[in-house]
Design a protein. Structure first.
Length: 285
């Protein structure tokens, strides 16, 4: 693909998005950086597209295993982007940097940035937009992972409320929000609420997912964990088997999901005296 020598925004961002959507992240990065170099490699207040392009390059650098360059670009954008004129760039760069820092182990600064992102997204996109719901969910995950469970719950609930308002009842993102809240409730020990959320997520996924979709396996597995924890072992075993059936059929199954499901299922089997069966399935890990 040839590299244009100006900033035709629609064409430029459309080409980058097309390459990314087709799995050509490295090619998208090369294309974006070619445009950047051709136009002086600088942020230009008179060319708002230059900020959007720099943000895309930061995202692509992170995707292509270069977190150091990505972090530098995000920090440059946060320092030099005109906040009043380009609030969307500020909001997205804040969360881009937060995600990057969380992924590289800087949990404290990531949490701080996610906290800052909430008012930024509300101002830039409105209070009933999916973009804001995503930030509620991101911050909730950070709080949960950092042990701030009381702070996480209202954020999960706010995210779910926006998704319900925006999406139809069988949207995959709605299922994801319900799944996240179910995992949270399970961690808190509220197994009845966890079961309710996971069942709702499962109904959506049964309607929208392929039979071999790992998201469907996730719902089966999470319900198995809830029933396992409640001592309903026969029911739990059935859901572990359903989860493994989906994962076995999946062309691209997450290795961690498979290992976790097998370990949990093996634990249940040993509880009911099926040690040999447990040993056999654990050979798949």
């Amino acid at each position: 693909m040839s590299k244009p020598d100006a900033f035709p925004l629609d064409e430029m961002m459309g080409s980058i998005a097309t390459l990314r959507a087709s799995g050509q992240s490295a090619e998208a990065l090369s294309y974006a950086e070619g445009i950047w170099i051709a136009n002086g490699s600088e942020l230009d207040p008179e060319v708002p597209e230059s900020y959007e392009l720099a943000q895309s390059i930061a995202e692509l650098r992170a995707e292509n295993g270069d977190p150091v360059t990505a972090e530098g670009l995000y920090r440059t954008l946060l320092e030099y982007t005109p906040r009043d004129e380009l609030p969307e760039i500020i909001a997205r760069s804040t969360t881009g940097l937060a995600f990057l820092l969380d992924d590289t182990g800087n949990k404290a600064e990531a949490q701080e940035l996610y906290e800052k992102s909430i008012p930024l997204y509300a101002a830039a996109f409105g209070t009933k937009r999916v973009e804001l719901a995503t930030q509620y969910n991101n911050l909730a995950v950070i709080y949960k992972n950092n042990g701030f469970l009381d702070e996480a719950e209202p954020l999960y609930i706010q995210a779910l409320a926006i998704y319900k308002d925006v999406y139809d009842k069988y949207h995959p993102d709605l299922a994801t929000a319900m799944n996240n809240l179910g995992v949270y409730y399970c961690q808190r020990g509220d197994l009845q609420s966890a079961e309710s959320m996971h069942l709702k997520a499962l109904i959506i996924r049964q309607n929208v997912c392929r039979h071999d979709d790992p998201d469907l396996a996730q719902s089966y597995s999470n319900l198995a964990v809830v029933y396992h924890s409640r001592g309903w072992l026969d029911k739990a075993e059935g859901f572990y088997q359903k989860a493994l059936g989906v994962l076995n059929a999946a062309a691209h199954r997450p290795a961690d999901d498979l290992a976790t499901t097998i370990k949990n299922y093996a634990s249940l089997l040993r509880m009911v005296g099926k040690d040999a069966v447990a040993d056999n399935i654990e050979t798949r890990i």
